[in-house]
Design a protein around this ligand. Structure first.
Ligand code: SF4
Length: 202
């Protein structure tokens, strides 16, 4: 039987899993490395949860217990942008809602066919964009997106977010070669966005 994990915890962070859809096929993606993350139940959704199911999932938790609420999961959260933003607004209406972060591949504008950073104002506190590489060739090789202009679309989205979201960052995992890391740092610096190096966990 498939489990239906809408919310899951990692340490003192509460994660929201809205979709398994994604326009990328990253070589390192946890979606390709079996199910179950960090000891949680399966994050493969038997269907995408609606707001009623999402609100019911939230009723099982006390938001005061968490330092951050993070949209992440086995898929790209902005595939469900309307639901993501409605969920963020709902969470903010609850007592003791911690800061809200979106972990994203940065392709929301292409996914949704419009500029989308502006819609995040007042709802998201942090947007963390997976940069994954320092050069376009390496980015395309690693993330295998549906769209060949994904590298520039992702960067423009991250830059746009700076206008609307208090904290914007890029991430790379610590397994990329030093030359890629240096290129990623230079790119992040040129766009005025901090780069966070994550430990590879999948
Ligand atoms: S963007 Fe995220 S969910 Fe999509 S394939 Fe890459 S790692 Fe997986």
């Amino acid at each position: 039987m498939m489990a239906m994990t809408i919310l899951y915890t990692v340490g003192n962070q509460l994660y929201v899993n809205l979709t398994n859809r994604c326009p990328c096929r990253c070589t390192f993606c946890i979606r390709q490395n079996g199910d179950g993350a960090y000891g949680s139940d399966s994050l493969w959704l038997e269907h995408e949860p609606d707001m009623e199911e999402i609100r019911a999932a939230f009723s099982q938790y006390n938001l005061a217990d968490f330092s951050e609420l993070i949209f992440c999961g086995y898929g790209e959260p902005t595939e469900r942008l309307d639901t993501l933003l409605e969920t963020a607004a709902y969470a903010k209406s609850l007592p003791n809602c911690p800061p809200i972060r979106l972990n994203t591949n940065g392709l929301s504008d292409r996914i949704n066919g419009a500029k989308t950073a502006c819609r995040m104002a007042g709802l998201l506190d942090t947007v963390s964009v997976s940069l994954n590489a320092g050069t376009e060739a390496e980015y395309l090789r690693v993330t295998r997106p549906k769209w060949e202009d994904a590298f520039s679309v992702m960067q423009q989205f991250a830059v746009d977010c700076k206008q609307y979201v208090p904290k914007v960052m890029f991430t790379v995992v610590d397994v990329i070669p030093q030359a890629e890391m240096d290129a990623a740092q230079a790119l992040a610096d040129s766009l005025g966005i901090p780069l966070r190096v994550r430990t590879y966990t999948a």
